[in-house]
Design a protein around this ligand. Structure first.
Ligand code: CTP
Ligand code: CA
Ligand code: CA
Length: 648
């Protein structure tokens, strides 16, 4: 069936002249309206804010656009605007180094919660008070929400599908909107297909040249001639680029932010496109240009290939380039990397990605944590921090509509670290009355008191408070099962028969669809993060890259030398010492522990037993490796990769 061919092939021009018909069928056109991932005409955009936190500060402070500015967290930098990047300042610079490179640099510290305060604020003296302040990214979350809301406002209400992928980026599936515009602009498309047969080819578009305006168009494959007339995929993507240009202009006009965008036939390509030309530009990757666009690239730039998996591929096949990897037969990829990963890689480097834009990415848990250096020594100090954590979490709950009873968390969990030992306590959050900050605070104190009863707890090196098990208002019944992937979902394409042909795996993954976050890929994350060392940026996975680099950065144990190299992105799990790449990954990871605790509790295991923080090596890797062999049996067994917690 034509729709099962890879999109880039669909647009391959027929060599020779006199082509009368489009490559695309009436069915493929109509599939656009339902965002079908099997429509070869689909158009996905990825929009990513330029130097996001830095822009937030520039907009907030009304700073001139050409003024070099970086956002500082203690002595490190977490965002650098484009004027400052000209001075070679990067996230790995310290404030002192950056100022040497550019004496005129404004290094604005992030907002902080001050111990004992009820609200975060921009404190001038924050950098010298790492012990008593905790970073707040609330200002950026707020801007992120405003931008997201505006993007949604710019798109037709009934024809939009927007997925928030991280604090500063979204995927937009433009297919349905484009479908409606196509029918409007080209009424001949509304005619029924000849013989009423939807597999009939469409007429060719009545256009011979398309106006791409200022878009960066990536070059075509050598074999593809620009002279070939546009087909409907070109027209669709052109309409997509017009929509995105308008959205970007509105963000600029109304909120004063610049962003970059990629427009392509799937998420992977669109994400690569938005990073291709920055700042303030958009890149269109037409189907006919996709292969060429990819082949010159290192595969480590692709989502999920930046870290451990990428390293493994590089060493196994002795290359970093997609061009070389394209020569490797799928059977070889499968035998070296496992069936799932092999097939996934085979497709990915060919520009094939049928993952859906998912508009329902609701927050499943929230975490607020602080590592203390020096450690804190008494209950009073700990309670002050609990107050901040609950205020922090509550302010985020407000945005989730907790007061309107739209969504509320069901459980609270507190982790406490003392002398290499982590203790944890969980409790249900009382239902019934509207949740308020006081209730959360009292509950957190109660959990702390329970931990204190256990024995020696001071000095304390880390406290971490989380709420989870979100339910929808009155009708909600989403327990833990709701925020863990169900067995089949989690196993993903593992249920694909081994012998399934390449074509079917590549093009018909709709049900057992390959998820880029499927467990077989996911299993590489914790280790990858550990190994990513100081090389932050390039390694970051798209949807998790920037998340919410919360204050946990100060949580690096002094025994961990990596922390010295990566002061900003080094996140350690206080329970199993796994190194995570960023706060979002850490949060996900901690929530996995949390969910597992809850699950154990449901099964009657000693749920809240203390766990050694410095687990022996073998045990440490269970944290990472438990996902290697996802359970085939009960669907309720929780595996690392099953966590689908997503943080807004
Ligand atoms: N961020 C962070 N730590 C990281 C990665 C990102 O704190 N390891 C923050 C940055 O402060 C950044 C935001 O998350 O502003 C978005 O990250 P990203 O899109 O990767 O980079 P930008 O700073 O937005 O720069 P670019 O223009 O390249 O997108
Ligand atoms: Ca960005
Ligand atoms: Ca980003």
């Amino acid at each position: 069936m034509p729709s099962s061919s890879p999109p880039y092939q669909m647009s391959s021009p027929v060599h020779g002249t006199g082509r009368q018909k489009s490559h695309f069928t009436y069915r493929q056109l109509s599939l656009l309206a339902s965002y079908s991932t099997s429509s070869a005409l689909r158009v996905i955009a990825h929009i990513d804010l330029d130097a996001f936190y830095a822009q937030c500060e520039m907009v907030r402070l009304g700073i001139a656009e050409d003024q070099p500015l970086a956002v500082r967290q203690w002595e490190g930098l977490i965002a650098i605007n484009y004027p400052a990047r000209k001075f070679d300042i990067s996230r790995h610079c310290t404030v002192t180094d950056a100022k040497k490179l550019c004496p005129n640099l404004i290094a604005q510290h992030v907002a902080t919660w001050k111990e004992g305060d009820e609200k975060w604020a921009y404190h001038n003296d924050a950098p010298s008070h790492i012990g008593t302040h905790k970073v707040s990214l609330d200002p950026y979350r707020l801007q992120s929400r405003r931008i997201l809301a505006l993007i949604k406002e710019c798109l037709p209400q009934n024809l939009q599908k927007v997925e928030k992928a991280s604090i500063d980026e979204v995927f937009v599936d433009l297919s349905a909107q484009i479908h409606s515009i196509l029918l409007e602009r080209f009424p001949e498309l509304t005619n029924p297909p000849p013989y009423d047969d939807p597999t009939e080819k469409l007429p060719l578009p009545p256009v011979t040249a398309l106006d791409w305006q200022a878009d960066a168009l990536v070059d075509l494959d050598d074999t593809e001639a620009e002279a070939d007339d546009p087909d409907w995929d070109d027209v669709a993507i052109l309409i997509g680029s017009e929509i995105v240009r308008d959205v970007r202009a509105e963000i600029r006009r109304q909120l004063h932010y610049t962003c970059s965008a990629g427009i392509a036939s799937n998420k992977m390509l669109s994400k690569l496109g938005s990073a291709y030309k920055k700042p303030n530009q958009q890149t269109v990757i037409r189907n006919r240009a996709a292969q060429h666009f990819l082949s010159d690239m290192k595969f480590t730039k692709i989502r999920n290939l930046g870290g451990k998996l990428g390293d493994q591929v590089t060493s196994t096949f002795g290359t970093e380039t997609i061009k070389d990897l394209l020569l490797v037969p799928v059977e070889q990829l499968k035998s070296k990397l496992g069936d799932d990963t092999g097939v996934w890689l085979y497709n990915t480097i060919r520009g094939i990605d049928s993952s859906e834009v998912n508009s329902r990415t609701q927050i499943k848990s929230m975490l607020s944590a602080k590592s203390f250096r020096p450690s804190i020594n008494n209950l009073d100090q700990a309670i002050k921090w609990l107050r901040i954590f609950t205020a922090d979490i509550f302010s985020r709950l407000l945005e989730e509509g907790v007061l309107e009873n739209k969504r509320r968390p069901k459980t609270m969990n507190l982790h406490h670290r003392h002398g290499g030992q982590t203790r944890s306590r969980s409790s249900g959050i009382p239902m019934g009355k509207t949740l308020d900050e006081r209730t959360l605070f009292d509950l957190a104190k109660h959990l702390l008191n329970q931990i204190i009863l256990e024995g020696r707890v001071w000095p304390c090196a880390n406290l971490s408070l989380a709420v989870a098990g979100f339910e929808d208002g009155v009708t909600g019944n989403m327990g833990i099962g709701g925020f863990l992937l169900k067995g089949d979902e989690a196993r993903g394409s593992k249920t694909t028969p081994r012998e399934s042909s390449m074509e079917s795996s590549a093009n018909e993954p709709p049900e057992k669809k390959r998820r880029t976050d499927n467990p077989s890929i996911q299993r590489f994350f914790p280790k990858r993060e550990t190994s990513s060392g100081g090389d932050g940026e390039g390694d970051l996975d798209g949807s998790e890259d920037t998340g919410h680099p919360r204050d946990d950065t100060s949580g690096r144990p002094t025994t961990d030398s990596r922390s010295q190299q990566t002061p900003i992105t080094d996140y350690m799990c206080s329970r199993c010492n796994a190194g995570l790449e960023d706060a979002e990954a850490l949060q996900s990871h901690l929530d996995w522990h949390f969910a597992k605790d809850l699950q154990d509790e449901e099964r009657g295991k000693p749920a809240f037993a203390s766990k050694p923080a410095s687990a022996p090596r073998g045990q440490k890797s269970t944290c990472a490796s438990s996902s290697k062999k996802p359970s085939r049996g009960g669907s309720s067994k929780l595996e690392y990769g099953q966590s689908k917690l997503k943080f807004g």
